[in-house]
Design a protein. Sequence first.
Length: 566
Amino acid sequence: MKLNGSQLVVECLVEQGVDTVFGYPGGAILNIYDELYKNSDRIRHILTAHEQAAAHAADGYARSTGRVGVCMATSGPGATNLVTGIATAYMDSSPIVAITCNVPTSLLGKDSFQEIDITGITMPITKHNFMVHDIKDLAATIREAFFIAKSGRPGPVLIDIPKEVTAPNNFIEYEPLTAAAPADMQRVRNAAEPSDAEIQAAAAMINAAARPVIYAGGGVVISGAEAELLELAEKGSIPVCESLMARSAFPSAHPLCTWMVGMHGTKASNMAMTESDLIIALGSRFSDRVTSDTSRFAVNSKILHIDVDPAEINKNITSTASVVGDVKAVLRRLLPLLEKKDRSDWTARIAAWKAEHPASYDKQPSDSINPKFICEYIHKVAGDDAFITTEVGQHQMWTAQFYPFARPRTFITSGGLGTMGFGTGAAIGIQCANPKARVVHIAGDGSFRMNCNELATIQHYKLPIIVVVVNNGALGNVRMWQHLFYGERYSQTTLDFGPDWKTLASAYGIAGYKANTADEFARAFDEAFKSGKAAVIDAKVDIDEMVLPMVPGGKAIYEQIMSVGD
């Protein structure tokens, strides 16, 4: 049958299993939006208050489901407003497809109204991007974009379409997809296949180690390798430390879990990495937030690096051996070759570090709320199945340090780019993808200023998202550095001016609460959670509350500030 370009876009999205699109219309993309209107029974469109939130929502949708998230925007500023969200997805390997439309081809390169070279802008922050100049290439391009986004190491792909390609009178014969992927794409998918010799060598390294530690990265979650990770840890009595992106990859309550590693990691995690004789790195990239001073990182450890992306091998830390392949597939082949080990001496040392420096607080202040209490209480009420999102800053680190995650994909945050403004859009995407789940968004007051306009989106679509504003009246993470390293010169980090979050919530028709004590927070969260509706809770935290432990810049990961005064 013959379809025009806009009809073709919709058919190809349906063909790829897309049920939800996040976006914001404009002149250049109107043809596609007209077709979305006609197909609203097939694809739901979520109108965000800003294009950046559309990109973050697509990202949250993707991270919570493992499926490709889709966002749309018009040309010029609409497209550039997606850029931060695309970069966020790129840094955290999240599969999204961003569709933008540009001015007609005849106006390209002439500084036309709302023209921008969005493919040039996004080239460094996408796995691939396309500009479709001819309708005959449109279907194949969309199919390839989805394949690229989700194959191998996932990531964002952008498709830019000049307006005349989507015109109502521009028709082409449409041929439905008959295979999962063309043969040439299948070859790409099967490219990373480690040899038996590589698997056997990796098994021998693990079997020979006396003090191995697993360094789990976000690739464990992306590949769905949580069960294999658990089996590896238990079979070999191997402690598991996690990057920020892997905080939901391994049950926090498990005795072998040492929680987060790195700059704000636990003493047990950082010492386990330092004192180990083998680091088994799974789907991780040895970021600077994990390694700190690389010249003093795990100098006595061998390193076995398993990752689907060969570009990550030896990029930041030189490995002793490596296996390039999907983490889940590699572990399935590796596990039968591993010996069951006790290693009780090693795990006893881990337990001692955990006992010596537990993630706890000594007292509950009377005039503010301890961040650990906030995390513990949310978990107590919401349970293991709730999705937790954050913005970026102190509240994000407290959540990673204190929230006892037990299920994969339940902690969704911006890691690599550290995007303030990510979490509210992500929460929208997660709730749309998981309508029966509960989503709690933990935001800092600084970050929430950047996206509180999305309360309009939350209310309009009746999304029962609870936003907990961890309000310390400051850009807390930056202020903490100013306190520790800049002589307490708090330059532009004090937020002692509006808005009043409770009043703002009510302006959007959302229930708002103020909580200055632990008891007030508990009552507010109980009421908000039971209501099954959206809510904003303004939770007061002391302005000088620190995120500790902390590794100062330039120090080794074992040189941690454990308490104020160190």
